[in-house]
Write a protein that binds this ligand. Structure first.
Ligand code: PXG
Length: 288
């Protein structure tokens, strides 16, 4: 595998960064996870725009333009034949001193890995996921704002550990006010009749690219879509619940905190939206 590292495609074995990189020392940096389908990089512009917003929010200057980042992603996919794969785009603060000061880091590093992805088992898409709400709350919006896709995912990792220890693969995180925020790496939706509801970004939710695509597809399919604060009550009493994300795509949730949701099977709306997503994704994206 060839890795893009600061402008060069280098063999995997020599793709190394310094132990003084603040990405490693402090989780100081930003990233994106992107899919390619059918020889196209899905929603590349939207991912790169979000990367730049994340970087801007942490006062990190990406040493490339948006167009150059897009071209670098496509070039890395081409070099690796990543026609249906998973791309990790990372910008670290770069090499600095042993101290927090980011202004002492002279040059951010840009890393692009074009690989494949480990999906949830197929059976889970048919049968639905069981998830739990956990004690670890989503970051306060005046802490590391959840809109920032930063390299510091420890909060989400703590939530994931709680979920796994409870025998589940995913966790629902609440925000400091007790409203539903999102899962550790996915957005959450509830279905009530012909209405789709998902928390707004102000709830402490990453504005997921998959989330936005699914909201558009749902509106076009005649469903009503809104962003509202949700409580656990809204999850427990929903007709359907599903998660969206680059890795998971669209996956039904059939059990939350050991309570059955809806019929206990992924519902009609969830399955319809998953179908629309799978038809849309391979047709849309930047050609490799
Ligand atoms: N919330 C959080 C906290 C995320 O990290 C999403 C929602 C969904 O956003 P997108 O834009 O992907 O629809 C994410 C994205 C992984 C993995 O390996 C996780 C994400 C993306 C890619 C891979 O678990 N999280």
């Amino acid at each position: 595998m060839k890795i893009y590292l600061d402008g060069k495609l280098v063999p995997e074995k020599s793709a190394k960064i310094s132990v003084f990189d603040h990405g490693l020392l402090y989780g100081d940096g930003v990233f994106e996870g992107i899919r390619s389908y059918n020889g196209r990089v899905f929603m590349l512009k939207e991912h790169v725009d979000r990367l730049f917003r994340s970087a801007q929010a942490i006062a990190l200057k990406i040493p490339l333009t948006r167009e150059q980042v897009c071209r670098a992603v496509v070039r890395t996919c081409r070099a690796n034949g990543t026609l249906n794969g998973y791309i990790r785009l990372v910008v670290t603060r770069g090499v600095g001193t042993l101290g927090l000061n980011p202004y002492l880091c002279s040059k951010p590093s840009v890393i692009i890995i074009a690989a494949t992805i480990q999906l949830y088992p197929k059976k889970l898409y048919q049968d639905g996921l069981s998830i739990v709400t956990v004690g670890t709350i989503r970051n306060h919006t005046e802490s590391v704002n959840p809109a920032i896709k930063s390299l510091n995912y420890l909060n989400n990792i703590l939530a994931k550990i709680e979920a796994i220890n409870a025998g589940c693969m995913e966790a629902v995180m609440l925000n400091p006010q007790g409203f539903v925020a999102e899962a550790t790496g996915d957005n959450i939706f509830v279905v009530r009749g012909d209405r789709l509801v998902t928390p707004p970004p102000s709830a402490g939710t990453l504005e997921g690219i998959t989330r936005n695509v699914v909201m558009d597809l749902a509106r076009k399919a005649g469903l009503r879509v809104s962003e509202e604060m949700l409580t656990r009550y809204d999850l427990y009493t929903a007709d359907e619940v599903f998660l969206t994300g680059t890795a998971a795509e669209v996956i039904g949730v059939v059990n939350i905190d050991r309570r059955t949701i809806g019929t206990g099977r992924p519902g009609d709306v969830t399955r319809r939206l998953a179908g629309l997503f799978h038809a849309f994704a391979p047709q849309n994206g930047m050609p490799i």
